[in-house]
Ligand binder design. Sequence first.
Ligand code: ADP
Ligand code: ZN
Length: 518
Amino acid sequence: MSQLPKKARALLKSVFGYEDFRPGQAEIIAAVLAGEGVLAIMPTGSGKSMCYQLPALVDERLTVVVSPLIALMRDQVRQMRACGVSAATLNSMNDAQENDEARRALRSGELRLLFVSPERLFAPGVLDTLARAGARRLAIDEAHCVSEWGHDFRPEYRDLGAAAEALGAQVVGLTATADKATRADIAKRLFKTDPHVFLHSFDRPNLALNFVAKDQPRRQLTRFLDKHRGESGIVYCSSRDATEKLAEFFAEQGHQTICYHARLDQAVRNRNQDRFLQEDGIIAVATIAFGMGVNKPDVRFVAHADMPSSVESYYQEIGRAGRDGLPADTLTLYGLDDMAFRRRQIDQKDVDDERKRVEHDRFSALAMLCETPVCRRQTLLAYFDEESPPCGRCDICLQQVKIYDGTVDAQKALSAAMRTGQRFGANYLAEILIGAATEAVRRNGHETIKTFGVGKDRTKQEWSGIIRQLFAARAFASTEHGGFMLTPKGEDILFGRAQISLRLDALAPRERRKEAPR
Ligand code: ADP
Ligand code: ZN
């Protein structure tokens, strides 16, 4: 393993004001300074940028940083300059003066970090200029954009490997996307020989993970918040409307709340955010607009009133809790309506079918995490390709969830959908199963089908739990109008070619079951 020069630690303190490296940084920076090809995979917020910022200062040479977002480049330049580091950007949004200044700094040899968009890097003459300026290394931020396997492929990234070669520069790739296929693909595309791969754990052991099927969300959230009175926390909602209503509701319950979403006035947003950052014990009820740049170390809890859009966003959002390393709590409410809402959102996006399919798959991974019968942390880390033992602390570990062979129940539910033309939602299917001859059921003549009443042994609520699990397991897919149809997997189960395990506890919301014996 490469040794970290003393100068690195000294500059970390004198330039950036940090006492110590974050986990993983020291090893990566040592390898970068030793001139190795490096691919670093670290979770968001773990301090990836430092892995190229500091080396540029240690060896006093130019590092070219390729980054996909102009806003982020500008942000970094501002931060670097505030630390007294010579930095500039070259991008299509620059005015002439900014570009002239960048070129001047390049020629003078004082520049340490130059942020460029990939398009700009390949503009005529730019590579030559950079070579002449003595570019030592090419740092590629969001390196997963180079891979078509990743979720954010950008064609402009494709030739970055060749650009590095033309420059004769060392490559340092950084990304928070860790699945194996993408990782291998990045390595192949950016590096001539196998890079030194640093895979930092995505585990956040101080976060307690809890999921609950949504039943009476206000009551469920109130209980969670009452456990955390006086602490700072965030409650995420999927709509602006919901944030306002919930913030008001929690305030009535005696909590101090602020509301945050994109439609609020900028001034109001800033004021609310400042209050959250500066005061203790404030609950931010917010959409995902809240979070970027919220770096409060002592956030003690994050709750999701609605399901997030993917495992990545879930991970990022809960990751805002417990940055100080002390225990922090999380709660995610999930339900069929949420799942249908997210699916609809994807379907309505203006992107091609392939992309929609990928997004559906990514959402399905989150739905599986909600319905998983095994440890949440284990399931979450498995998504990032990490193996881990059961954590012993999540809701599943603590409850010892019971699973049963749900194949027969699943067949009943799937058959109910099949025999009613694969166009009805969970509520209607549950009515058919318990044999409720509601007006709608009679109007459709469905009280005469074979499946009517085959599920009398269970309650309507239990059937919704089963249908939700089938949906999460992708045995059911949703139709355009919110109904359910069978997937190939659903057909396999229906026709006895496949089995499915279901969670007993998820059939009825847990909280009510606990209260029932009283
Ligand atoms: P990433 O790119 O991995 O999402 P960033 O590079 O933006 O993360 O870093 C996240 C935050 O961590 C930044 O505010 C950064 O200044 C801070 N940071 C980086 N390294 C350290 C360190 N060694 N000690 C304390 N804070 C650090
Ligand atoms: Zn667990």
